[in-house]
Design a protein around this ligand. Sequence first.
Ligand code: NAD
Ligand code: GLY
Length: 360
Amino acid sequence: MPYRLDVTSDQDSYPILIGAGDWTTLAAEIGVRFNPTQVVVAMDETVASIYGSIATSALTKIGKPVGQLLCPAGEASKSAEMAANWWQALAARAVDRHAVIVALGGGVVGDLCGFVAATYLRGLRFVQVPTTLLAQVDSSVGGKVGINLPSGKNLVGSFWQPGLVWIDPAVLRTLSDREFSAGMAEVIKYAVLRDDGLMTFLEEQSPAILARDPEVLGPLVHRCCAIKADVVHQDPRETNGIRATLNFGHTIGHAIESMTGYSSVLHGEGVAMGMVAETRLAERIGLAAPGLATRLEDLLRLYQLPIDLPNFAWEQWHRAMLRDKKNVAQQVAFALPSRLGCVALKHDVAIGDVQAIVSC
Ligand code: NAD
Ligand code: GLY
């Protein structure tokens, strides 16, 4: 550390800075890079209670007004109601197009804040300061922003790239073990997507990673962000099938989240169960050789992630999967691995094979 990566998309180019300094350095970077008329920090209540004062007082040094947008912690805040709440709060603060919004928190705040930034005044500049492992390796990069509807996850949203992603792996020390493990599901997803020795590294280094050793975490976060930045560069708006491979495990994972009401199962936990089931599906249809799912299960277990699917009637599974955004003409789509390092989007999986996998 420190590391710098540049993400180039169809909209813009922006840096990801990893381990580049403390809150004061972040404030100085925002001041110089954006010269904002005001700064608004978006946080959930948990993150606000831990990092709110230190972040706000550092940002005050820019010399411009600093405000806050708050929401309760948890997936339920990624809602149309909360977005409307924050739009009104921005209006009350007379926020103009030269302001900058800072998304300080996990993927929920990043997605919600990014959506509000994308839509208020037809677009405000925003900065991602991810504080969960999941947000540091995935959701803060690539500009997918949005909210959930009761009928499905991330159904309303946009592509709106941040102007800066600022990652400090040190903030992960206050994260709960369960949330840290949930983030590891997305890290493991990158290992299946790219291999590159990452799978073996994760198998061998689990004690240091689980101990959140900064010497190990910094390079790991950097490796994941580099993969994500490369995917986003090749397919910024998910139009050619490359970015959709990041959805490995997500068709089934999102269905689990939706069937369990976005409350009892964390996003990363749904992805963990989804990756195992989708790999078993790939093996069942002869796409992947037997053995990959078992290796993946062993790795997920090492990081204390769930692997067994919850029990739901097939009709519920099918209804939930039919709402997946990758589907075309009611055909449920999956990003499936054929081997380590090779995942591709499939639109032709027979529904009977899917039923056999989720009904096991
Ligand atoms: P989250 O934002 O709900 O954060 C998890 C919990 O950790 C919250 O309770 C939060 O208050 C707490 N927390 C955050 N940082 C902390 C810290 N440093 N110390 C202590 N507690 C902390 O959940 P998440 O897992 O970060 O994000 C999940 C969301 O991300 C889902 O909505 C998912 O759909 C979305 N997502 C988006 C993308 C994308 O590309 N936009 C990619 C993956 C996931
Ligand atoms: N997390 C999936 C994507 O960014 O495309």
